[in-house]
Design a protein around this ligand. Structure first.
Ligand SMILES: Nc1nc2c(ncn2[C@@H]2O[C@H](COP(=O)(O)OP(=O)(O)OP(=O)(O)O)[C@@H](O)[C@H]2O)c(=O)[nH]1
Ligand SMILES: [Mg+2]
Length: 306
């Protein structure tokens, strides 16, 4: 009989309000970019898995959309994604922005994990931006008054502060289990969907107000040729005015979005890329179930993507 400790594995969801830093944490834990990040709330629209292999353990993290009041059908689907990310989890990481005041919105968001029976940790994020660390304890007390957590860990996904503590605390609670995925498996997200997300991230950065929420990106063609990867994408907006904003004067905004997205994809996919983009108006797409199905790669599973 071997004395080696048993292999441990399990599923850990990352939840919290929009802009709390969930996707940034997933990327930091995985050590690469899987999820897009922006300072605009509701950046993430569908869950993204990231697998982390440690000595004697495998952790499958799941980044989720931010918890918020659902108004449109898109928002309702985002909240469905959060709910399903809370089922059958070994640990749940609840992220709270340490640099933002604790409000009634936090109380409402915390109600999403009210009935959770599995271990839940409170991670106070962005502590690299805190000038006075003494506010962490009173902030933890505010959360505690609503819900007790199994661990309280201040973190920064930028400096890496606290991330070892997060990993260790998770490892302590992981059940014995198999390696669910081979070592080279990092995510369930298809490459072409990450490509669409990278384009959307650029649009989020280049536009403001209601435009970011009204944008969807669909990859129409993703074709490897001997010389390059050819990508054709359509950017959908809800109104003609938004189309004008995305295109910009003399096409300058769209050109900038395309150039930056292409450069990033060339680095990420290690291939030369030809990127062509179109902007189209699809009125009220956020309320349109067929359209929402067509932009959700999870609903396309089992179907041929090309
Ligand atoms: N300084 C600092 N900024 C951070 C940190 N984590 C996240 N941010 C910033 O906070 C903003 C929101 O980060 P995201 O990771 O997109 O937040 P999210 O929780 O995934 O947001 P949604 O997808 O909208 O729910 C971005 O501007 C990030 O760069 C951190 O540890 N330190
Ligand atoms: Mg996110």
């Amino acid at each position: 009989m071997s004395d080696a400790p048993a292999f441990r594995s399990g599923f850990v969801s990352i939840v919290g309000r929009p802009n709390a830093g969930k996707s940034t944490l997933l990327n930091a834990l995985v050590g690469g970019k899987l999820a897009i990040v922006s300072e605009k709330p509701q950046t993430t629209r569908s869950s993204v898995e990231g697998v982390v292999n440690l000595e004697g353990a495998q952790i499958i993290f799941l980044d989720t959309p931010g918890i918020h009041a659902s108004t449109s059908l898109l928002n309702k689907r985002m909240m469905d994604a959060v709910r399903s990310a809370l089922e059958d989890r070994d640990v749940v990481l609840y992220l709270g922005d340490a640099t933002a005041p604790f409000t009634e919105e936090d109380v409402k968001a915390l109600s999403a994990i009210r009935n959770l029976t599995k271990p839940a940790f409170l991670l106070l994020t962005k502590i690299d931006r805190l000038s006075d660390k003494r506010m962490l304890l009173p902030r933890i007390e505010e959360y505690k008054a609503v819900r007790e957590f199994d661990e309280y860990i201040p973190i920064s996904s930028v400096t890496g502060a606290g991330l070892d503590q997060v990993r260790q605390a998770i490892l302590k609670r992981l059940p014995e289990g198999p390696t669910f995925f081979p070592p080279d498996y990092i995510t369930d997200q298809p490459e072409r969907f990450l490509g669409a997300e990278l384009i959307r991230e650029r649009i989020l950065r280049e536009t403001r107000q209601e435009v970011p929420h009204s944008v969807a990106v669909v990859i129409d063609e993703w074709k490897d040729t001997p010389r390059l990867l050819r990508i054709m994408a359509t950017i959908y907006v809800e109104r003609p005015g938004q189309k004008a904003i995305v295109i910009g004067a003399k096409g300058a905004t769209l050109k900038k979005i395309g150039t930056l997205a292409r450069h990033e994809m060339e680095t990420m996919f290690s291939r030369k890329i030809f990127l062509e983009m179109f902007v189209k108006v699809q009125k009220d797409w956020r309320e349109n179930p067929e359209f929402l199905n067509s932009i959700d790669w999870r609903s396309m599973r089992g179907r041929e993507l090309d």
